[in-house]
Unconditional design. Structure first.
Lengths: 109, 228
């Protein structure tokens, strides 16, 4: 359904070798960090508008993080701390509308 | 949060449904799948831990261990431990501090065992309502007591986990209210000790939950029930 769990259409094992979920096998474009400010609207217009592709991009970002921090032999406690901080930040942002009211309260629990 | 129990609220002001419950789905992402054949350090260390626990759980099954019989207790243990530890992080919602959540873990596990053993070996189940060695004059009372103890098992499993987590969080919230004034240093030092205790409680409660599940399963299991 929607291509989830399937290999990307642009992937070809004879050309690209073993599949890496962190790699984008579609047409190459300028990385966001190298895009000039004036080129930004054009760069954004080239991005896919399909939400499924956004999910795939998020998945590739997750696998890139895993390759860099989780899978190395001597990764240590770093990925655990990053996951903990990320989780805390996510729930802080989720509950921000309630947390903001604490400053106005006379008694704090 | 406007009251002492506000930290347990799954509801957030901007929506009418409990978005904080999304932490339950995130616990499945704590141990990501591996890319390389050998695994990664985090999953290797947890696998070693589970292997040791598997030996201990296997001994509790009293020789009736079947392939896959330790899958459920191990995964329940990991799920509860990670949910508990996640609740100790700042702002993260503790799903196991809710009776609805712990009961939904305990009730299906217990009910499945009761139904399976009642279906496969009803006479054995009824016969074991009077423990071995008990005087027959006490038989009727023993039957009532055994039925009560059996029926109350899911409730004890759920309430034990829920009460431990809730009490710990309330203590932390209460102690943190002492910080900021003259008693800050004392409050902080007790908070540090309490936090260490909470860490231990998180792991122990998960271990107790899954160990008791295995014990109840081994009590309801005989050679007749070994699936072919």
């Amino acid at each position: 359904m929607f291509g989830f769990g399937e290999l990307p259409k642009e992937y070809n094992v004879k050309i690209h070798g073993p599949y890496d979920p962190a790699v984008y096998y579609g047409p190459k474009d300028t990385p966001l960090s190298e895009v000039k400010l004036g080129q930004l609207p054009a760069w954004l217009s080239r991005r896919s508008k399909n939400p499924v592709d956004w999910v795939r991009a998020g998945s590739r970002g997750y696998w890139r993080w895993s390759h860099k921090y989780l899978f190395p032999k001597h990764s240590g406690i770093v990925p655990v701390v990053q996951m903990a901080v990320g989780l805390s930040f996510f729930f802080w942002a989720l509950n921000m509308s309630d947390i903001r009211k604490h400053k106005l309260q006379k008694y704090h629990w | 949060m406007g009251n002492l129990f506000g930290v347990f609220s799954p509801y957030v002001g901007w929506t009418s449904f409990g978005v904080n419950w999304s932490v339950v789905f995130m616990m499945g992402g704590v141990l990501p799948s591996s890319f390389w054949l050998g695994g990664y350090p985090l999953i290797i260390s947890i696998s070693e831990l589970l292997r040791g626990l598997g030996r201990e759980f296997g001994s509790l099954l009293s020789g009736f261990q079947q392939p896959g019989s330790l899958l459920i207790p191990s995964s329940v243990l990991l799920f509860i431990v990670f949910s508990n530890l996640g609740g100790l992080l700042p702002y993260v919602f503790t799903s196991t501090a809710h009776l609805s959540f712990t009961l939904s873990l305990a009730l299906p596990l217990w009910l499945g065992q009761i139904l399976l053993s009642s279906y496969k070996q009803p006479l054995w189940v009824l016969g074991h309502l009077v423990p071995e060695g008990a005087p027959m004059s006490l038989g009727p009372f023993m039957v009532l007591i055994e039925i009560t103890s059996n029926l109350i098992r899911p409730l004890t499993l759920a309430v034990r986990l829920f009460a431990n987590l809730t009490a710990g969080h309330i203590l932390v919230v209460l102690l943190s209210s002492t910080c900021g004034g003259l008693t800050t240093f004392l409050g902080l030092s007790i908070l540090v000790l309490l936090f260490v205790l909470e860490l231990a409680v998180c792991i122990i409660q998960g271990y107790v939950f899954s160990t008791l599940n295995i014990l109840y399963f081994s009590e309801s299991e005989t050679k007749v029930m070994v699936l072919k």
